[in-house]
Design a protein around this ligand. Structure first.
Ligand SMILES: [Zn+2]
Length: 91
């Protein structure tokens, strides 16, 4: 008799904790993905002042591209790369 009641209470508790766990895991996955993306962005040497980010050539001390063409080319490649890896910053 009391066993049936205990089972019911246990079932309800298990359900709640399972939901909670699922939400918690989802949140952790999201946080981990975000942290990984930030770390990757920080690691990639995409903007070194004085060096062109596209061709690697020397440019003005404060510039990261030697000209408009390199800027456009690099931006285009980054966009394509992001799209290929499903990590579009627009989504
Ligand atoms: Zn360049």
């Amino acid at each position: 008799m009391s066993g049936a009641i205990d089972l019911g209470a246990f079932d309800a508790t298990e359900r709640l904790s399972a939901d909670d766990l699922a939400t918690h895991t989802e949140h952790q996955h999201l946080q981990a993905a975000l942290a990984q993306q930030r770390a990757a962005a920080a690691k990639s040497p995409r903007a070194v002042p004085g060096t062109c980010s596209n061709c690697g050539g020397a440019c003005l001390p404060q510039a990261v591209y030697c000209d408009e063409h390199c800027r456009a080319d690099h931006h285009h490649r980054e966009t394509v790369h992001a799209r290929q890896h499903g990590a579009s910053p627009r989504r």
